[in-house]
Design a protein around this ligand. Sequence first.
Ligand code: NAP
Length: 355
Amino acid sequence: MTASGVRLLEGRPIADEIRIAVAEDVATFAAANGRAPGLAVVIIGRDAPSTVYLEQILRGCAKVGIHAEFVELEGEATERSVAAAIRRVNADPSVDGVIVQMPLPPTIRLRAVIDAIDPAKDIDGIHPLNAGLLRLGYDGFLPATAHAAVEILRRSGIEIAGRDAVIIGRSAVVGMPAAFMMVKEDATVTVCHSRTRDLAEHVRQADIVIVAAGRPGLVTGAMLKPGAVVVDVGINLVDGHVVGDVDFASAVKVASAITPVPGGVGPLTNALLLTHLIRAAERQASARHALARRATAREPSEREPSEREPSSTEPPEREPSSTEPPEREPSNTEPPEREPSNARPGPSAAPRGDR
Ligand code: NAP
C-alpha cells in the first residue's frame, strides 16, 4: 500500500514463492530422471537488445538447478539456419524447453521460427498449436508475459469474473493471449489497439486495465475509472530509466491497485516460464517412460525392427501431451495438474518481480 492508498501489486514476492517451489520440483525431477530439466535459449547474435534479459533467465535457471544454455547462431543467420538449430534442440532429449530470442532480426520471419519449435517444448506458447489451444480454452503452454499479467491479478486476490476489462495491445505474445485468458476468467473484455478511436473512453469504462502497448505514458490517471486495477506490462527505456506504459504518478491517485514497473509483471514472467519448463520436462519424461514400458512389455519378436526412442516432435500415442486437451477444461490461467504446488494461484498469495 502506498501513501496515496493505492495497493501495489508487486511481482517479486510471488516470483520468489514460485522459485522455491520450482527448486523443489527440479530436485524431484533430477532424482527421478538422473538429470536436471534442460532449457535451450536460441539466440541470433549476442548484441541483440534482449540478450540481457535472456542472460537473466539463464541466471534464474542456475539458481534453481535447471540446466540452461544459449544455442548461439554464428555468422549470418538465415531462416534455414535458425530453423535447423531449433530442430536440433527439438531432437535433443536433454532439452525440455526452447525459447527463441525476440524480436528476431528483420531478415527472419517469425512464422519460420515458430513453426520449427516442437509444441511439446514450446514453453513460451508461441507455436500456433499452443496459441490455438489457448483460443479454444484448452491447456497448452501460455505465453509467459500474458500469463504473468493475468496471474498477478489472481494471486493478488483481485476479482476478475464479471468485471469489465480493457486490454491495450493486440500482439500475439501479450495482448491477445491476455485477452483470451481474461475471457476465460469470465471478464467482459475489450481489446484496444493503435486504431482504436477513443482510447480514453474505453479505458474509463474499465474495472481492470491491462496495458501492453510499448508506449510510455499512454495511460494516465485522468483516463482511469476511480478504483480501477491497472496492470502495466510495458517496458520502455526513457532517459536511462525503465518505465511502463502507464503514467504511474497520476494513475496511483485514481487506481485502487497497480503494478509497478519495474517490479510488477516482469519478475513474475520469468518465474512462470520456469514452471512451464518443469511441466514440459515432466510431460516428456512421462511420455518416454510410458513408451519404454510398452516396448518392454512386448515380446521381442513382436517389436518393429525400427523400434526407436520417442521423438519430442512426435507425441506418444496414448500418453498425455502438453498440447492435448485435458479431461476437463481447465482455466487457461490455472496451473496444470503437475505444476509446482506452491506455484498454484491462490487469492491469498501475495504478489511478486523484471525481465
Ligand atoms: P507490440 O508487438 O509492439 O504490440 C504493441 C501493441 O500495442 C499493438 O497491438 C499496437 O497496436 C498497440 N498500440 C501501440 N500504440 C498504441 C496506442 N497509441 N494506442 C493503443 N494501442 C497501441 O508489443 P508487445 O510485444 O505486445 O509488447 C508490449 C509491451 O510489453 C512492450 O513495452 C514490451 O516491451 C513489453 N513486454 C513486457 C514483458 C514483461 O515481461 N513485462 C514481456 C514482453 C513484452 P496495433 O496492433 O494496431 O499496432
